[in-house]
Design a protein around this ligand. Sequence first.
Ligand code: B12
Ligand code: SF4
Ligand code: SF4
Length: 259
Amino acid sequence: MTNHFEKRVDPVKLVPGAKTVISVLLNYYPSQYPLHSDVPKVSKYAYGKDYHYTVRGKLKQLFDFIKENIYPELEGRWFVDSAPVLDRAWAVRSGLGWIGKNTNLINKKWGSFVFIGELIVNLELREEAEEVRNACGTCTRCIDACPTGAITEPYIIDANRCISYLTIENKDDIPDEFKGKFDNWVFGCDICQDVCPWNSKPIPTNEPDFKPSEQFRKMTIEDWVDLNEEKFDELFRQTPLERTGFNGLKRNINFLFQK
Ligand code: B12
Ligand code: SF4
Ligand code: SF4
């Protein structure tokens, strides 16, 4: 992220002629869960197909719709989870929610199990979005529940302590100090969102791409322990788990089961 500071704070450097950022959310709260409750846990965002493709596809449709029906001179680009754009900051400015103490964007209706994407375009719009007031109040549930102490103070995450970072982005061994602290998470972590009162009445997504496969839902502890490269490809092709690859996921499984 540091490498793209200039572009991150000034989208015109990223998209010449940019006048507007249009932010969108896509709910990914699952409609179906793994069947066995004692198996290693995968973060809900990764149950189905890789969201980057899904969200980008929808953003392109939105772009084409505006160009065809509203503004033929439309120029711009679309982004989701891309290094030079701070998705959450733009979503806040677009009035889609506030950043909670767990650092996720929270929408009053949809909660925080939402992906964020945006169009950065040359179309000039009247500024109508009103920023939503932070509604965390005196709550500290996310900070109290984080098993590794990664939320070091409200609104600050130490990524080096976050299970999400340690199981997905981290390329090295997982440090021993976290042994026994992962609460069975093998890929990502949802704890600081699961405990959030704004996620207490989740609305399951109707996006077909995010539906978990039956094969994944049926996995038993034995399937996880015995996972080999061939099975990994069968189970997780085109899902976010491709990011760690087989070796990364195997490292995480071993970390959970080592005494
Ligand atoms: C790096 C990253 C991570 C890191 C660091 C997390 C973090 N909280 O920053 C790790 C690997 C730990 C991570 C984990 C997760 N992530 Co992540 N991650 C990102 C990524 C790529 C960049 C975020 C970032 O820059 N962080 C570092 C610093 C700069 O953030 P910051 O200090 O809070 O920044 C503040 C200020 O510096 C200032 N600021 C900084 N730059 C700018 C620029 C402008 C123009 C302005 C106005 C302000 C401003 O505003 C910021 C917000 O307060 C974004 C995608 C993206 N491109 O935005 C997804 C993203 C934040 N992640 C996402 C998700 C889903 C997750 C997980 C839930 C996945 C999981 N279940 O395991 C976890 C949640 C962990 C947690 N509690 O945050 C979603 C969040 C959706 C939401 N509702 O908020 C995003 C937005 C991806 C997406 N497009 O949907 N993630
Ligand atoms: S995702 Fe998990 S480890 Fe990371 S801050 Fe939230 S609760 Fe802590
Ligand atoms: S758990 Fe509480 S403090 Fe944390 S983000 Fe949700 S409302 Fe805010």
